[in-house]
Design a protein around this ligand. Structure first.
Ligand code: DX5
Ligand code: ZN
Length: 225
């Protein structure tokens, strides 16, 4: 099953609650919330109070992507604010095994995230601990960037490893995903797709954007060996 996770980074921040309700009503599978600290990435967004304020707007699960240094310090706060999936960058965690275990202890779904340059070997020893691996297909920090095509081979390699080890881990890609780029990453084995500008900037609206991406991904998945 293909899951689309609109990233609210590209939403109208003056009407954030309405925007979340609108993408949920248009068929979003997850709501992707990008938290940036101006240190791990060169941009700033929002913290736990905004996540908590949005929580009552929808039942759609919240996928919180922490692009912050020292995420351990804030895990409890984001869990209490209503995150369902809690994603940390391997590059930001000195004790990644402990951090992912802590997310599970908090009753949330652990997600490990890799920047485009970070090799898969970095997370080999924590794959048993996570529900999802999020592979960045842009350098994190901004919406609306161009998809980095090397992500396709990385997805395929991770998919092969997960299958070989029989692990129940979903593969997610984040960055530059739209109806033109989704196909090859879906064929390679990704099933969860974060899309900011591809959904919020689509000329035909949110539902049309997500339907077009699902259709395109399904075509490639069906055609893959
Ligand atoms: C990038 C964020 C992404 C971003 C994706 O740092 O992690 O979630 O919002 O935006 P698009 O889909 O526009 O590349
Ligand atoms: Zn993100």
């Amino acid at each position: 099953m293909i899951k689309i996770a609109p990233s609210i980074l590209s939403a109208d921040f003056a009407r954030l609650g309405e925007e979340v309700a609108a993408v949920a009503a248009a068929g979003a599978d997850l709501i992707h919330l990008d938290v940036m600290d101006g240190h791990f990435v060169p941009n700033l967004t929002f913290g736990p109070p905004v996540v908590a304020a949005l929580r009552p707007v929808t039942d759609c699960p919240f996928d919180v992507h922490l692009m912050i240094s020292n995420p351990d310090r804030y895990l409890e706060d984001f869990a209490a604010a209503g995150a369902d999936y809690l994603g940390v960058h391997a590059e930001a965690c000195l004790h990644l095994h402990r951090t992912l275990s802590r997310i599970r202890e908090l009753g949330k779904r652990p997600v490990v995230v890799l920047n485009p340059h970070t090799p898969l070997v970095t997370i080999e020893n924590v794959l048993e601990l996570v529900d999802m691996v999020l592979l960045m297909s842009v350098n994190p920090g901004f919406g609306g960037q161009q998809f980095i095509p090397q992500a396709v081979d990385k997805v395929a390699e991770l998919h092969a490893q997960i299958t070989r080890r029989g692990l129940p881990v979903e593969i997610c890609v984040d960055g530059g995903i739209n109806e033109d780029t989704i196909g090859p990453v879906a064929a390679a084995g990704a099933r969860v797709f974060v899309s900011g500008s591809g959904v919020f900037g689509h000329p035909q609206g949110y539902q049309a954007a997500m339907e077009a991406m699902r259709r395109r991904a399904a075509e490639y998945v069906d055609a893959s060996p």
